[in-house]
Write a protein that binds this ligand. Structure first.
Ligand SMILES: Cc1cc2nc3c(=O)[nH]c(=O)nc-3n(C[C@H](O)[C@H](O)[C@H](O)COP(=O)(O)OP(=O)(O)OC[C@H]3O[C@@H](n4cnc5c(N)ncnc54)[C@H](O)[C@@H]3O)c2cc1C
Length: 397
């Protein structure tokens, strides 16, 4: 199919997070002179959800408000605000706010993921999450109203660590307890992990590892074994789940509901659907990618390039990505940046202290300059580490 000879082709991108916007800007900028290719981005809100700063928002800090239409300005992509309520993969339409129907020829599915609030009883009713600016602002309001007491952060992964550190730094009168199965920083080099734990200690965060929260209560949490830990607020950061829309549409999904993609990031069941970011199950030589902005933005850019190749009657190329770092903020003045192998295993090299904090801030703010460069010259957005031998075809899976 050579699109240059067709009457029109609608690409609809669902979700304007890091991955969806990367796809939209890359594709729209490369097709803005082609009247027959239309790119439409659908997102629940006009405001861009800067997930990488939600722990800052939750601790009461003001962060810049970015607007999706502004970020798309000059690209030629259209923006439609609304909640996607269904995808009809047979009819090739999406339903927005249950009212409007938007047809597509090619769909980019970039709806991300949210905290899994269903796995443990009480989470949905009594815990705060970091799923969007509003959720984070609700927690900030709660914390601001507390003169003292305990805040439990459940989940000792990187989001839990960043949130616990930020809350402890901004609210020294509160006792912050970080609960989790694994020791915080367990995925890092032992020395980097030890630094991370000593920083949490310096900030006054009490860490309890090897524990399982079995229930969230109105005023605390219950641990396996029956212990009740009272808390004035509980932040839940453990586990993620994706929207059920893809599975409901009959797209092939994995056991977590993520769209299973081929090497070019197309759905294995519906090749006119591309899946990117946290909503996609993308396999590399080292295994399935896990949800990060680091890997999500390249998936968006690659999907855009794959769509262009298909429109030009060419075969899309396989997506290759290798991790390179794991930057973790520890309040505003400290951080650990663990450098990694392409499969995300830790190298010996890591940064700490103010240098690491500056590095982390640069990474967090990096999407805007990246998108700005892409708008001027789309090819400049197409650089990321490909993973070398870890992602060459034939690498072990
Ligand atoms: C506190 C925190 C810190 C993090 N720090 C890091 C970090 O340092 N480095 C890193 O690489 N990753 C980090 N992550 C993970 C990173 O934020 C995610 O991997 C990334 O946001 C995934 O991008 P995405 O585009 O797939 O999804 P998202 O960024 O979640 O975007 C999805 C978009 O789709 C919209 N949407 C969802 N459902 C619908 C619907 N039905 N209708 C309409 N719109 C919808 C959402 O509103 C959102 O705008 C962090 C996450 C959190 C929560």
């Amino acid at each position: 199919m050579n699109m240059k000879h067709q009457t029109g082709h609608d690409v609809v991108i669902l979700g304007a997070g890091y991955a969806g916007l990367s796809a939209a800007i890359q594709l729209a900028c490369r097709t803005r002179r082609l009247a027959n290719v239309r790119v439409t981005v659908v997102n629940a809100q006009e405001r861009f959800t800067e997930r990488l700063r939600l722990h800052m928002t939750a601790s009461g800090q003001r962060v810049a408000e970015l607007s999706v239409p502004d970020l798309l300005d000059g690209t030629g992509a259209r923006f439609a605000r609304g909640w996607v309520t269904a995808v009809d993969a047979g009819a090739r339409t999406v339903r927005i706010d249950d009212e409007h129907v938007l047809p597509y020829d090619t769909l980019v599915y970039a709806l991300g993921g949210v905290t899994d609030t269903a796995a443990v009883p009480g989470v949905a009713d009594h815990a705060y999450t970091l799923d969007g600016a509003q959720d984070a602002e609700m927690l900030a309001g709660r914390l601001a109203g507390l003169g003292g007491g305990t805040v439990v952060v459940a989940g000792s992964g990187l989001t839990g660590v960043e949130a616990a550190a930020e809350i402890a730094e901004r609210h020294p009168k509160l006792k912050v307890v970080l609960l989790g199965r694994r020791e915080p920083g367990a995925a890092m080099h032992p020395k980097a992990g030890a630094y991370l734990r000593s920083a949490l200690d310096r900030l006054g965060v009490t860490v309890r590892s090897g524990v399982e929260v079995t229930k969230v209560l109105p005023h605390g949490v219950q641990l396996a074994g029956g212990e009740i830990m009272p808390a004035a607020a509980v932040l839940w950061t453990s586990g993620t789940r994706v929207s059920p829309l893809a599975a409901a549409a009959g797209l092939a999904v994995d056991d977590r509901g993520r769209i299973i993609t081929d090497a070019a990031l197309r759905s294995v069941s519906h090749p006119e659907v591309f899946a990117v970011g946290d909503a996609a199950a993308v396999r590399q030589g080292y295994g399935l990618m896990h949800g990060t902005c680091q890997g999500g933005m390249p998936t968006g850019v690659h999907a855009a390039l794959s769509i262009l190749r298909v429109l030009n009657g060419e075969q899309p190329r396989p997506f290759r990505f290798g991790y390179y770092h794991m930057p973790v903020s520890l309040g505003r003045r400290d951080a650990v940046v663990q450098f990694t192998r392409p499969d995300d295993s830790p190298r010996r090299l890591f940064l700490t202290g103010r240098l690491a904090a500056r590095y982390k801030e640069t990474v967090t703010a990096a999407p805007w300059p990246t998108w700005g460069r892409m708008k001027k010259s789309p090819a400049l957005g197409a650089f990321w580490p490909r993973g070398g031998r870890y992602t060459r075809s034939g690498a072990a899976r």
